[in-house]
Design a protein around this ligand. Sequence first.
Ligand code: OOG
Ligand code: NI
Length: 301
Amino acid sequence: MKFSHKTPLDVFLNMLFERYQDKVPAVKKITKALIDQGVVSSQEEIVNDHIAFRTLGVPHLGIQSFEQIFLHHGYQKRDYYYFEGKKLNAFWYAPPSGQYPRIFISELIVDQLSSAAQDIISKYTQHITADPVLSLNLDNGEEIGEFFHTFLWPLPTKQDYETLLNESEYAAWVIFNRYYLNHYTISVHALMAGYNTLEEFDAFVEGLGIKLNNAGGVVKISGDGLLKQSSTVAEMQNATFADGETMLIAGSYVEFAERLILPQYKNLPVEHIKAMHRRDGFETNNADKIFESTYTGQTKS
Ligand code: OOG
Ligand code: NI
């Protein structure tokens, strides 16, 4: 996805994507291979199914703060998801028009963590005494784009990062990476034959030497069988912590989704099939495993 710098939404989505593709080599590697194979002629031709962000559920931050940016630009809040084991809440947001990706925003339920972990998170965030999104000009695309990459809290020490990592890999990821784009998602059903099923697309990506997240199996399938998802294992980045210590930690990843045609439309001629005829939304059990793309169980294996 790339936009022609028109609306503020175009501007900030573009800023997010530029930084993300510079930091996650798998993004350009997959795009280049698709271009080389003649599947698409540019990044812009790849349909972006959704993008995802992670937040901390503390006063003035979390979903209720972050979502305002997207609600302001015409997104509609849809279903709620709860991840008991990972202690997360999430919602997805439907885009104002077909050309934009869905948004998936999750939030760590901080008050379910141990007091040691809560103390660390509070140490970094307690100086935030007002919702930072309220002081943004939400009509200024550049300002919003910069906001995503502005540090709302200081860098953690390596020790704090590791204490969080032992209890919640999600907490450690957010405390270091903040609102950096977590992933974008290629709609594989929109590609040409040979690449438009998830199984074929996964084989293509693995053929590029890119490792896929195998938590719960490489292909995650919703209960109705209509939403299939896979993702790469997160890119490792050499992190420098507040105390100058360094460590290889998880960054972001790329996801692939195949949305199958809803049963009531399965007899429509293929050329009439639009996004509205396909399975929409997300699936708790798929998402639960997709989160693990940044977890040590995947990045270390
Ligand atoms: C989001 C994981 C869930 C999906 O499509 O179900 C997800 C994350 O890793 O933050 O992206
Ligand atoms: Ni996703």
